[in-house]
Write a protein that binds this ligand. Structure first.
Ligand code: SDX
Length: 393
């Protein structure tokens, strides 16, 4: 590698791929995007700059950042006919169902101009996907509340543009609160990539067959939706609302430990982190920043969340199994405070993760040794046997 360290985690035999994009040390609670610690990027950078870093591998110069930002901004509009897809959904359709359908439909608009073997067309497809996700996501939200779609504006930054498309009610103008959009920008950075999680592996596997990137991202959105994965932010807030008061926490802790009860503490535990998810620390700080900016003195759900974390982290069950809060534990409280309904939480996760999905898809497609993915299995079914006619069964 070009001076980069190659770390063999000792499980190369089960590793699905090699990648230079994101590094996680689950035992130490370390997350690096192209070598940069996630908390440093969240505190000092912004969505477009981190998107450049994930896609290109290096932080941009001033001019590179200006050019990249423009290349995204110019693709934020969607084809007028794409709006027809929304009308096919019931108004109460889950926004993630709309996202899977509409993003998949992008294939029909750009399939013929996306030869994935042509680097230029691959780059345009990547920029189109990153640029259109906020517009499509905001349209899903507007459709669900019966309000008119709001066009993207080219003079706003990526996250402010998204907030305005969600919350402006035309013809009234909408002033984006810079503190809130900066907090959401930070939250998007935390969600951008996370190595070979379920949805990213879905995107890579779909892309390994040569499928177009829009269809691959739609597959990633479908995988992210599950409550064990990206759907956990919605499930975690629903859980905190069900707990309702700190006095009820012991009952839910007991249920989470009871193997006969399917209940799990949502926003807790992780396939890789056996330490505190570094993103959860930044998320908790962002949560306090948003509540302070909104002048919220006390948020009852935040009080429940912090007491639940305190009790769980002292409980032998969680300590022994190394279960800590993950990125989803505090995100729901923060996103709700920003004005988003719970059904939109995973949509926001998908919006941000699109950068990681596209970066990982590009890395895979550009690999000259890449082959179609073909996981194998351990067969535990019947041994070979002969057919028996129905009259003899
Ligand atoms: C994300 O992979 C990624 O990188 C994902 C993600 C990303 O950015 O892409 O980080 C985003 O998906 C974060 C995770 C969001 N999901 C949740 O918060 C849902 C609640 N968490 C659990 O469902 C669970 O922790 C998983 C699904 C995340 C992981 O499950 P595992 O693989 O079973 O976890 P484990 O092997 O560490 O579990 C060890 C033990 C098991 O019990 P035993 O079989 O040893 O008796 O801990 C138990 C688990 O049953 N356990 C929990 C628990 N999580 C694990 N018990 C109670 N509550 C929990 N939340």
């Amino acid at each position: 590698n070009s001076g980069a360290f190659t770390f063999d985690p000792g499980f190369t035999s089960t590793a699905s791929c090699e990648s230079k994009i994101t590094y996680i040390d689950g035992d130490e609670g370390v997350l690096l995007y192209r070598g940069y610690p996630i908390d440093q990027l969240a505190e000092n950078s912004n969505f477009i700059e981190v998107a450049y870093l994930l896609l290109k591998g290096e932080l941009p110069s001033d001019q590179e950042l200006v050019d990249f930002d423009r290349s995204i901004t110019m693709h934020t509009m969607v084809h007028e006919q794409l709006k027809n897809f929304y009308n096919g959904f019931r108004r109460d359709a889950h926004p993630m169902a709309i996202m899977v359908g509409v993003v998949g439909a992008l294939s029909a608009f750009y399939h013929d101009s996306t030869d994935i073997n042509d680097p230029k067309q691959r780059l345009i497809a990547s920029h189109r996907m990153i640029a259109k996700m906020p517009t499509i996501a905001a349209m899903a939200y507007k459709y669900s509340i019966g309000q008119a779609f709001v066009f993207p504006r080219n003079d706003l930054d990526y996250t402010s543009n998204f907030m305005r498309m969600c919350f402006a009610v035309q013809p009234e103008e909408y002033e984006v609160n810079p503190v809130l959009s900066s907090a959401l920008d930070k939250i998007f950075i935390l969600h951008m990539d996370h190595e070979q999680n379920a949805s990213t592996s879905t995107v890579r596997l779909a892309g390994s067959s040569g499928a177009n990137p829009f269809a691959c991202i739609a597959a990633g959105i479908a995988s992210l939706w599950g409550p064990a994965h990206g759907g956990a932010n919605e499930a975690a807030l629903n859980m905190l609302e069900e707990i309702g008061h700190v006095d009820n926490i012991p009952e839910f802790i007991a249920r989470a430990k009871d193997k006969s009860d399917p209940f799990r503490l949502m926003g807790f535990g992780h396939r890789v982190y056996k330490n505190y998810d570094p993103r959860a620390k930044v998320m908790r700080k962002a949560c306090h920043e948003v509540l302070d900016a909104l002048g919220v003195q006390e948020d009852p759900l935040l009080e429940v969340a912090m007491e639940l974390e305190r009790i769980a982290l002292e409980d032998p069950y969680f300590v022994e199994k190394k279960l800590y809060p993950n990125i989803d534990f505090y995100s729901g409280i923060t996103l709700r405070a920003l004005g988003f309904p719970t059904e939109m939480f995973t949509v926001l996760f998908a919006l941000a993760r699109t950068v990681g999905w596209i970066a990982q898809w590009s890395e895979m497609v550009e690999d000259p040794n890449q082959k179609i993915g073909r996981p194998r299995q351990i067969y535990t079914g019947a041994a070979q046997r002969d057919y028996v006619d129905i009259n003899k069964r």
